[in-house]
Design a binder for this molecule. Structure first.
Ligand code: VGL
Ligand code: ZN
Length: 203
């Protein structure tokens, strides 16, 4: 029998968003996503693929003030994590961030949570959405952490902005505060119109 092909050919107008591959979200970190470190080799391959095709690659980072509203000390759900300019907020050292990649930061305001990376900002204050538009992005491929929070909210916002959005299911990982949260988030994204694909289907 012929194997069913689901190849996705990378083309002009495509961009990759690498979500929050920071030490605090990886095993040993303050808000560790179980198995998150297994994404690093697959992430490096997909980053290299987009980079070699001259497609833009965005790297987001959670970039909290030390008294952020999401922290337990302030009644929020999370232990303190990804405090701006601390070691836990750094990208994993094995992550290959290419020259010229755009880094955007989010959730850096004391009193508001921000899971989506779409309005995360570069050093000049441009949002990821503005930068995507400037580069004529029609399809956004989303990878990284965590499936049930930042990936989910980024995908929802990207779809809302009219971008054709793909989730790279082998390059995302869930916090799973409740078992199955990651799977439910993927199903929700699919229902909302996102396409689920894998890095192995990209060509
Ligand atoms: C995230 C929990 C808290 C995420 C950020 O990047 O998915 N999750 N802050
Ligand atoms: Zn956070």
């Amino acid at each position: 029998m012929m194997k069913k092909e689901h190849k996705v050919v990378i083309q002009e107008g495509d961009a990759l968003s690498v979500t929050d591959m920071q030490l605090d979200f990886l095993p040993g970190g303050a808000l560790s996503v179980p198995g998150g470190d297994r994404l690093i080799p697959v992430m490096n391959r997909v980053i290299e693929l987009f980079h070699s095709r001259k497609r833009p690659v965005f790297f987001s980072r959670d970039w909290h003030p030390r008294d952020h509203i999401s922290f337990k000390e302030r009644g929020g759900p999370w232990p303190s994590h990804c405090v701006a300019d601390t070691p836990g907020a750094a990208f994993h050292p094995d992550l290959k961030v290419p020259e010229g990649a755009v880094i955007v930061s989010k959730a850096d305001r004391r009193d508001s949570e921000e899971y989506s990376t779409l309005y995360a900002r570069d050093t000049k204050g441009n949002t990821e959405k503005e930068l995507l538009e400037k580069r004529g992005t029609r399809r956004l491929f989303v990878a990284g952490l965590a499936t049930d929070y930042c990936v989910l909210n980024t995908v929802v916002e990207a779809l809302r902005a009219g971008i054709d959005t793909y989730v790279l299911t082998d390059a995302v990982c869930a916090v799973d505060v409740n078992p199955g949260d990651g799977e439910r988030a993927l199903e929700k994204m699919r229902e909302m119109g996102a396409k689920l694909t894998t890095t192995g289907d990209l060509t």
